[in-house]
Design a protein around this ligand. Sequence first.
Ligand code: NAG
Ligand code: NAG
Ligand code: NAG
Length: 582
Amino acid sequence: MIGTIMNNLWRLAVALPLLLAFFDGAIAVPHKAVESRDIIDRLIFAHFMVGIVEERGSASDWDADMQAAKAASIDAFALNIGTEQGSLTQLGYAYQSAANNGMKVFISFDCSYWSNDNAAQMSSTIQQYAGSGGQLLVDNRPFVSTFVGDGLDIGTIKANSGVNPFFMPNFAPESMTDDCDGLFSWRAWPNNGNPSPPDSQTNITTSDGDEAYVAALNGKPYMAPVSPWFSTHYGQEVSYAKNWVFGNELLWYNRWNEVLNLQQQYIELVTWNDYGESHYLGPLNSAHHDDGASKWVNDMPHDAFLTMAKPYMAAWKANSLDVAPFIKSDSLTYWYRSSVKGVECAATDNCEKPSPTTNDDYFVGKPNGWDLLNDNIFVVALLTEAGTVTVTSADNEPVSFQAQQGQNAFEIPFKAGTQKFELTRNGNTVLSGTSLKSIDTVCTCGFYNFNAYAGSLPASTPASLRSDAYDNFAAGLPSPTCKAQPSLSASDALTIWRKRNFSSLSDHISNLLSLIAIWNVTILRRLVLDPVMWEPHGRGQSRHHLPQSPGTPGWPCSVFVDTRMLGVVVAAKQVGLVHGSV
Ligand SMILES: *[C@@H]1O[C@H](CO)[C@@H](O)[C@H](O)[C@H]1NC(C)=O
Ligand SMILES: *[C@@H]1O[C@H](CO)[C@@H](O)[C@H](O)[C@H]1NC(C)=O
Ligand SMILES: *[C@@H]1O[C@H](CO)[C@@H](O)[C@H](O)[C@H]1NC(C)=O
């Protein structure tokens, strides 16, 4: 509860500086050509909100995030911390887990909390972790960053830490000082100078932000933000009401192509786990408490965004301007909102009451900027060879695009119903599948949800929210029309799982675990009793022979699931019973 309260305070405090961080983007800064520099070590970070994970009880509670981020080629987490003890406790766990998992982290002081008043504590906190095995070092110096914080006395904080940190704060370009070793930008979303997407009058692009920073930095390193989406819809059910979208729905694709050409040293993905603003890239089952965001996060995995970025991240790290050589297999990534934007939810929506206080980022009704979004499906095809992409939206006529080798993006109007995707080449079907998420004609769950569902082919079965991440699902919804539980179609998930080819035992187990993470008892039962993959094995157990080739290491092997114990945790533990031989 303390964590929730602190997080609520954090949310409230963060609103104003966050907006300032965006909107000073409107100030014109003369363009300066990017100088060519010797770029040695290009790194990719992801912003991690520590405030929503304060219930974690040990370093091992951080392991899954560390492993998932590392597997996704993320070099370090930027740990966004407030001043409350809960954040500081988690900092210790995170550093320990990073060290245990061969991952790196660094502190990102959230300066809605931290200021020159507690500069001494900033120095001592930097000093405390500087020697940890989990600390990211740059030029052998501990890396430190911030969220906002213009005017912070970086020189004094560095000197008093005694460890010569490499300090890249998130100041506005105009606030750059000689003590900054570089700057991080939060200008990840195109906007119109207000909490709204660009419009015909004002169009502040992400490259406007880059240019302002690169000019101010004058050769010092720049950390560019890359983000997939932005949508938030908190009403009076919380103390940090805010309600807007930024739009630019192909941002995740356009921005990656843009940063490849930026020729800078650092990228920070915004974010790993900020579910509240819908720019998370991490899995839904990353342990966190519900600050009221679960209503728009349930059934809206973003895993496919992160998968799509893989070749881009490889290209960027290799200092390549072209992603094509890094595309090793064909993929389609698609995303869309879960209902048509014209639906009326006023009778049941959580943002219908006017704000009792002055709050510039709270808007009554639909999220500000909603009308500038499109009822479209966005599809990115990353192809090893040219092909034809076909999208069939409900009972509309299929729409086909000729896609080239390399990167391609398309958008087409959607219709409520099921969404199908296909890649063909020389008359053969290469990839084909139906999205797990259908589009509704009514307001999903009774409120305005402008978050995006992201899916992909080859298909995967993304994890769901943990049961404790639904605690505030119904807050603000007088009559929610859906349940606080995952509902992506289980039978589709099963079909996908059956058809998969697994290249290794660990691949197989991790896919099995991701399916079990759906945790619904009915689905779990169906999974373990599925006759195609499983055979009964007496006394409530099912046995699954892994389809490995005989002769490969680990063969023969089986997984046992005890169908008498159907809780998720128990099932996952049972799946741990993998035998090298039976
Ligand atoms: C904003 O500018 C970018 C780059 O010039 C352009 O691609 C985009 O369409 C513009 N958006 C609007 C709403 O005018
Ligand atoms: C799985 O492997 C088999 C045999 O190699 C192949 O025929 C099939 O197309 C593969 N399926 C998928 C979905 O990749
Ligand atoms: C579990 O999933 C099934 C199939 O989707 C659904 O019918 C059922 O209501 C769900 N049950 C629970 C307890 O979540």
